[in-house]
Design a protein around this ligand. Structure first.
Ligand code: VGL
Ligand code: ZN
Length: 197
């Protein structure tokens, strides 16, 4: 089967009680688990930052979480410390099925954030996911997970640009919604040719 399910960042820190909790982030886990058997491949992504990552507000004097800054690659939201490599917060939600084909970790470079599962926020450093999918002959992707307006959004737009037939199942996603980011993400995904289901 040439269809893959890509499950974005269903990790404790993005669920209620986590460091960067997405409202109802845990409410999608059962639906995602139930979808997995319908796909020829299941890929999980994991936000996986070293301590002191440059996307953390604590790494910038005088900045607070959700402030903006300018990185060498452009504008960047500053986040609470989250998904630190090996921490409980970086672990998958305990109920998420992890019998996946591939787990891809992103955001590992201390100087570059990575919302997309395909390219870091400099928009040029590849994660390797495109090569994996192409070498398996996968051309159709369904994306679910967290957060709709950041990592799901960037991953879906990149997937469509790379030529994958791409669907985002919104019921199996939840968003952060910072300053209209949810509406902007839905528009950007539609403009890129992503099917919103
Ligand atoms: C995410 C902000 C920072 C996400 C990751 O998974 O959407 N958002 N790191
Ligand atoms: Zn992150």
């Amino acid at each position: 089967m040439s269809e893959a399910l890509v499950v974005i960042d269903v990790q404790n820190d993005f669920c209620p009680g986590g460091a960067l909790a997405v409202p109802e982030g845990d409410a999608i886990v059962a639906a995602i688990n139930a979808m997995m058997d319908r796909f020829g491949a299941v890929i999980l992504t994991q936000d996986w930052h070293p301590g002191g990552h440059s996307s953390f507000a604590t790494s910038h004097d005088g900045k607070a979480p959700y402030d903006m800054t300018v990185m060498h690659y452009g504008d960047q939201v500053l986040w609470p410390d989250h998904c630190i490599q090996g921490s409980d917060g970086a672990a998958f939600h305990p109920d998420l099925r992890t019998d996946a084909d591939l787990i891809i970790r992103k955001g590992c470079n201390p100087q570059i954030d990575s919302y997309s599962a395909f390219f870091e926020n400099d928009r040029t450093t590849a994660t390797g996911l495109d090569g994996y999918l192409k070498s398996r002959g996968i051309s159709t992707l369904t994306l679910v997970g967290l957060a709709t307006d950041f990592c799901v959004h960037y991953s879906a737009v990149d997937a469509a640009k790379l030529g994958y037939a791409t669907t985002v199942v919104l019921d199996a996603c939840r968003g952060i919604d910072l300053d209209g980011s949810m509406a902007a993400a839905l528009d950007a995904m539609r403009d890129a040719g992503v099917t919103l289901a």
